[in-house]
Design a protein around this ligand. Sequence first.
Ligand SMILES: Cc1ncc(COP(=O)(O)O)c(C=O)c1O
Length: 422
Amino acid sequence: MGLISKRVKSIKPSPTLSLTEKAGVLKKAGKDVISLGVGEPDFDTPKHIRDAAKAAMDNGETRYTAVSGTMELREAICDKFKRDNDIDYDPSEVVVGTGGKQILYNAFMATLDPEDEVIIPAPYWVSYPDMVQLAEGKSVMVECPAENNFKLTPEDLEAAITDKTKWVILNSPSNPTGAAYTHDEMKALTDVLMKYPHVHVMSDDIYEHLVYEDFEFVTPAQVEPELKDRTLTINGVSKSYAMTGWRIGYAAGPKDLIKAMSKIQGQSTSNPSSISQAAAVEALNGPQDFLDDWREEFEERRDLVLSMLDKIDGIECVKPEGAFYVFASCEDVIGKVTPSGKTIESDEDFATYLLEDKNVSVVHGEAFGLSPFFRISYALSKEDLTKACDRIREAVEELKPAPANDLKQQFTRRPKRGGPGM
Ligand SMILES: Cc1ncc(COP(=O)(O)O)c(C=O)c1O
């Protein structure tokens, strides 16, 4: 009998984390690696938020809080939902956890029984399928190709629903594609869901504030108030407020679900850090104007990356509405041969080639359930982004044509399970 459980053996190590590690090893060895794999803003947490944390420490807010979060923070969250999304929640319908990740994990652990199905549009954030697996549920992937701008269509959603469907996950703007649903697109999905009262909606809105141009963010319970009773609206301060290290995520939903999630939290981690909670109160209640500057900066970076990738013969991109990712197709390089004689057979091979030959770290599409693509994070300075895109162009230009038995013919786009990760 081995020490490690079957449960743990059933999940893969994080593809994004192992890539970060590999890039770290090369950096340590003195290589000038540019990491386009990062999943966090490069800005500092704003000063007024840091000051609130310092004040909390000095005021003795250093003890256990209520498991589901302080009343002050849950009230600030209710105010945020009213202000930004026009949804009325009561603090008893809110739970605060150690990052959006713990909220999602608790939600699955609190609701999934073996064989319960979770519809996951692919490409997806790497952790969803593994969290479902840990909770002994069953992931049902629905491919959302580039032709659909990586969005779930109402037809595909309806076709995936069975008697066993417990949840559908929507993540808008999305990691890894940046795709976000317009009001009409979301309404078309909620119209389908209205027909299936046994299906619940998990809306991961963690990138809510990172939308560009005039795009208007919407969330399912706002677009279809009648769905509110079976929707868990998830959000957090990590991405929007540059607070990834503070570990505060939250969700609002039906009271019995929130109670069940709090019960799991109460027997595992208890409350999230009291100091981080105080900082999150300031993030939500304090000034919001800096978000416009950040949005502007991210939009410029997105446009820079898109314009540079657009000039590379062999790389195709869909313009993302939000988040800080571009999910680029590398279909046209499949089958080509690197200067050292290796054939690029998959998006993973392409990512490895970029890292080993050009010192650029990206995450391959297969990790997110859709190939042949690679994800670029543009949460980096414009200078580094320019350098990285130049290196990608050189890498593609240096590839030699495919030999006669063209591998591209054999390569079909297919959603695949990725591992857990960031
Ligand atoms: C789509 C998505 N949801 C949730 C999370 C979790 O965020 P947190 O850092 O708050 O746990 C991430 C982080 O990468 C994410 O990309």
